[in-house]
Design a binder for this molecule. Sequence first.
Ligand code: PMP
Length: 358
Amino acid sequence: MASPLDTVKPQVRALRAYSLVAERTRVKLNQNENPWDVPVEIKQETVRRINERAWSRYPDFTPLQFHETLAEFSGWKPEGVLAGNGSNELIQAVLMVTVGPGKRVLISEPTFALYRQITTVLGGEVLSVPLTPELTYDAEALLSAIKTTQPDVTIVCSPNNPTGCVMEASDLAKLLEASSGLVVVDEAYFEFSGQTAVPLLSRHPNLIVLRTFSKAMALAALRVGYLLGDPDLVREVGKALLPYNLNALSQTAAEVALEMFASNLAPLVQKICSERDRLYAELQNMPGLIPVRSRANFMVVRSQLEPRRVFDELLRRDILIRDVSKYPMLQECFRVSVGTPEENDLLIASLREILGAS
Ligand code: PMP
């Protein structure tokens, strides 16, 4: 008898589902979240505003005020802004309106797994250029791949998850000039790098910038992301979104977070960056480990001891990290998010113990 699964596209059947271990630990360093909860002033103001509105009514069809706040924060025009239910939704929307059988998406790997996943589900082809052996972007190789294959979409994750490398604006400009297709820059971690592609938007109508409230903004639970691009292009991407994709509570929280960013969130971002540099220095001094320099709130670490063993040993000590050894080029690596100073101290002490004992 034919199986109902036969109706699923073969390329989808061949995929492994994107998923995460369900462990909950005292110290959680596996998802690049902000280790501090969103400041209480932001929560209270969000609740105050949400209590003032009727919950029986839909949100605005197009959240114009929110788009304006996002535009002002980003230095771009409100007509060129789109908000989403997490930036994942916007990655999906961009690919939905561009990718199908016969379409090609260029990425550098290792990178965020969702780009390959969604492209494959949509029937497109993934073209992949490896990072350099130092795990930095190989801009020359990307440029020549663009010139020879003219992909429909090129996705650059900067800072890159999981390696933390960034693509310099001058290199990005070269890719944009050489590309007849779209170039999508995923800036989920840009607040930690002090670097953005936004100034290139006005000169390059084929550029799309994606951002999220899940990392520096400490709002991962509420699922908010946004997209910046040429207004004509943004209108097309919007066609792939469901109406009212962003709920009123999440939208309100994101608005308040933007208003209070400088006073309440920027100091936390600063602290995370200085903790990242401290963690890097500590791990560099540890025999058996080689950390990779990162411009984000996480880093990849090469380990003499098998990454799976490091993961298990840390889990026994109530610390959750990410085993990235299945990613291309990262067979010897694990990834840690930067935690609070106390969490990082615990991680450092535990790693010292685990590696000392191996
Ligand atoms: N892009 C990158 C590079 C990420 O690492 C993540 C989350 N891990 C996302 C996008 C998705 O973030 P969200 O959907 O929470 O906005």
